[in-house]
Design a protein around this ligand. Structure first.
Ligand code: PGA
Length: 246
């Protein structure tokens, strides 16, 4: 089964539009059941989106590392579970960049979310196209997954390779390049964290034109989609493609 995750980021700006988008995504998820479809709306819309999603799964775009207390502004793990969240995206480059999220903070969030029983999607990636992606990614993996052992439900971890230069630019990584990096990430997940069947997604300017080329790659288990996930008809076609490649 291949996975397609809709990362709505800080969109849309009304509950009404969020419900419309959730409904159309659910419709496609139901029609194409071989694809694993995950919708990650802003926290504010989780509850309303959940009402629409029966076949598609609910994701959050971030998590906090405990179950509540005096942490102003944070949404905790127990709250996410109550809202029906089963997936959580952690370490997105926009959070690293605009919120100053450090690898240490990301490590706390990944560890706590896995132990809490959530599926974690950890985002990693290099800034510049000219850099060797694995130089950056190896260091991110070592820090973000520090201290995790097989007893910590590491099998519920998925890594998303998201080169920053490709995010929101319309200039996606090549499918061969993405497959190569995915294979190298998997090697590390198996070697250092003893994950038997590691899963790696690609994200960065995936759309209905190029999605098939990524999903055709055996090393790529799915895609993380930003901009195109907000366009109902296009995202429906992408779910269909994910279904046919699953
Ligand atoms: P994009 O975003 O599809 O708009 O490039 C992907 C992401 O940031 O996850």
């Amino acid at each position: 089964m291949k996975t397609i995750i809709a990362n709505w980021k800080s969109n849309p700006n009304s509950v009404k539009d969020a419900v419309i988008l959730a409904k159309s995504t659910e419709k496609a998820a139901l029609k194409y059941p071989q694809a694993e479809v995950v919708v990650a709306p802003p926290f504010l819309y989780l509850t309303e989106a959940k009402k629409e999603l029966k076949y598609a799964k609910l994701g959050a775009q971030d998590s906090f590392w405990n179950e509540g207390g005096a942490y102003t502004g944070e949404v905790n793990l127990a709250q996410l579970k109550t809202a029906g969240v089963s997936f959580v995206i952690i370490g997105h480059s926009e959070r690293r960049r605009y919120l100053g999220e450090s690898d240490e903070v990301i490590n706390r969030k990944v560890s706590a979310s896995l132990r809490y029983g959530l599926q974690v999607v950890l985002c990693v990636g290099n800034q510049e196209r000219s850099e060797d992606p694995m130089r950056v990614i190896s260091s991110q993996l070592a820090q973000d997954l520090k201290g995790l052992a097989p007893g910590d439900k590491v099998e519920n971890l998925t890594v998303a390779y998201e080169p920053i230069w490709a995010i929101g630019t319309g200039d996606a990584e090549s499918p061969d390049g993405a497959a190569n990096v995915a294979a190298r990430i998997k090697e590390q997940l198996t070697r250092y964290w003893k994950i038997g069947s590691p899963r790696v997604l690609y994200g960065g300017s995936v759309d209905d034109k190029n999605i098939a080329k990524f999903l055709e790659k055996e090393e790529i288990d799915g895609v993380l989609v930003g901009g195109a996930s907000l366009k109902a008809a296009e995202f429906g076609r992408m779910i269909k493609e994910t279904n046919s490649k699953s």
